[in-house]
Design a protein around this ligand. Structure first.
Ligand code: UN1
Length: 510
């Protein structure tokens, strides 16, 4: 396939790179990557060894020592070139994202656009790495804080945004003066290899050090664990399930490392009686079935006021009938497959559990078979009636299953349901009532990291800080001041006087 060639994907690929050189380990086993779109083998990747990891860490650390001395705006210039290289290969990379991961081509291209956007953002940020100056309580003293590069950052990313989430971390980290080691999901290593090939050209043409951007495709049990335990990595950014994040956070905190955690969500949309349903309906459907329900921001719960419950329910069932499911590379389809057969099993198990717990499936719930669905990963999106306290509703199932939950009375009751889960990533309200929307956004409102009005829960822009509270992990990535997480803060006090006044009025005469 032409896009594979353009991106330098071979039939068999090495799994570890320092940005310039590929390590040539081939005796640690192979990952065979099968497209969920058509069930065909795309290519394979040789897993990296512990020795490869060691080589990569040493190079990344050596590169950090050089890179931190490059003025930040000059680092930004390199990121600008990376953005342009991504622009050049947007079509091919977006197509590979779609083919390897199964999201629609439009979403694949949109994901690469997110990478380009974060590059632009990071270029500007490279001239804005500022600290505060504080007026000192002592005369002839200056007090300020500044941000220094942190070191080698480990990036552990998930299959559902196989390249964009890496770029949020890597591009912001790069302008901050950090180098990084990327461990992508073993379900989607080819897109990561493609990105590494795109970076290589920029690294070489600028004579940048080997180790600035490294990649390692290895087993979680050795490479992944190695990263979590490695004191040479002061920060690890983890995107994935709450289970993976909890383990990671425990290991990292034992060595007092820093973690940025972007874990599971259990996102709800509230629709109140005053809502404009012309906005709400497409908002819900996109957020619930986009990426086949495999975004961490996917809408999983729909909290409907009892007065509009039946009407919205009917409208939704009809809207779901128009969702076109099929090959994600065909742009007329809305929804592609789940990532693999394991995900299909999770989907079926969730539906079974829902029924056992007293829920009702209103539409969907089938695994599609026949022509075009040979991979066995295509399912129909589900709308179901449920109670918020069902154990299955309290869990994040990475599939297009939307639970309808009824509320009565005031918006406070809906907000209480919104907040009554362990996760706290994204949330939204559809309402034309100012008091309701303000209540939702107030300190007594949604407890999530993202709270939207009259748009759905997914599809966040890179300019805002991305992340959430509670079991979502508390980390923030991407825009706003998330860059601070990739630097170390230092407070400086300078005495330019002739005396030595002490703080807090203490006298110490000798
Ligand atoms: C994720 O699902 O891990 O808000 C990230 C969104 C995307 C990012 C999702 N911009 O849906």
């Amino acid at each position: 396939m032409h896009f594979l060639q353009e991106l330098g994907i071979k039939d068999k690929n090495y799994g570890a790179s320092t940005g310039i050189e590929w390590n040539t380990t081939s005796d640690q086993g192979e990952l065979n990557i099968i497209s969920p779109a058509d069930g065909k083998h795309i290519a394979s990747v040789w897993l990296a060894s512990k020795e490869d990891y060691e080589n990569i860490v040493l190079k990344a650390y050596a590169a950090f020592k050089e890179w931190r001395m490059v003025p930040a705006p000059k680092r930004g210039e390199v990121v600008r070139q990376i953005g342009n290289a991504l622009r050049e290969h947007k079509k091919a990379l977006g197509t590979l994202v779609s083919y390897e991961m199964g999201k629609s081509l439009q979403e694949g291209l949109g994901e690469v656009q997110e990478m380009i956007d974060i590059c632009d953002f990071a270029v500007g940020q490279s001239r804005q790495l500022y600290g505060a100056t504080i007026h000192s309580e002592r005369e002839h003293h200056r007090l300020y804080d500044q941000y220094h590069p942190l070191g080698v950052v480990g990036i552990i990313s998930a299959f559902n945004f196989p390249v964009a989430v890496w770029s949020w971390n890597a591009m912001i980290g790069a302008v901050c003066g950090d180098t990084n080691i990327w461990k992508p999901s073993s379900k989607t290593p080819l897109t990561a290899i493609a990105v590494q090939n795109i970076l290589k050209v920029v690294i070489e043409s600028n004579n940048l050090p080997e180790g600035l951007f490294s990649l390692i495709v290895g087993r979680g049990s050795d490479v992944g664990e190695g990263m979590l335990n490695d004191r040479r990595l002061p920060l690890i950014s983890i995107t994935g399930s709450t289970r993976v994040g909890r383990h990671g956070a425990e290991v990292i905190s034992r060595r007092f490392g820093r973690a940025i955690l972007e874990l599971g969500g259990n996102n709800a949309i509230i629709i109140t009686p005053s809502a404009n349903l012309k906005l709400a309906l497409p908002g819900v459907v996109f957020s619930a079935v986009g990426t086949a329900g495999q975004r961490c921001t996917t809408t999983r719960r729909l909290i409907l006021h009892e007065s509009i419950y039946n009407k919205v329910k009917e409208m939704l069932i009809n809207a779901y009938k128009t969702v076109r499911i099929g090959n994600p590379m065909d742009e007329s389809n809305h929804m592609g497959p789940l990532i693999d057969k394991g995900a299909v099993k999770d989907y079926l198990n969730a539906i079974k559990a829902l029924k056992e717990q007293g829920g009702t499936v209103l539409t969907g719930g089938e695994v599609l078979e026949g022509k075009g669905f040979e991979s066995g990963c295509y399912v129909t999106p589900v709308v179901a009636e449920a109670q918020n306290n069902f154990p299955i509703v309290q869990e994040e199932t990475f599939a297009p299953i939307l639970y309808l939950i009824k509320y009565s009375g005031d918006v406070e009751n809906a907000i209480a349901i919104n907040n009554d889960v362990m996760q706290g990533l994204s949330s939204a309200i559809f309402t034309d009532n100012l008091q309701e929307s303000e209540m939702f956004l107030a300190h007594c409102g949604s407890d999530c990291g993202i709270a939207n009005v009259n748009i759905g829960t997914s599809g966040a822009e890179i300019g805002g800080a991305f992340g959430g509270e509670k079991e979502t992990g508390g980390g923030r990535e991407s825009g706003s001041d998330a860059w601070k997480g990739y630097m170390r803060r230092q407070t400086n006090t300078i005495n330019y006087g002739k005396g030595l006044p002490l703080a807090q009025g203490i006298k110490f005469d000798i």
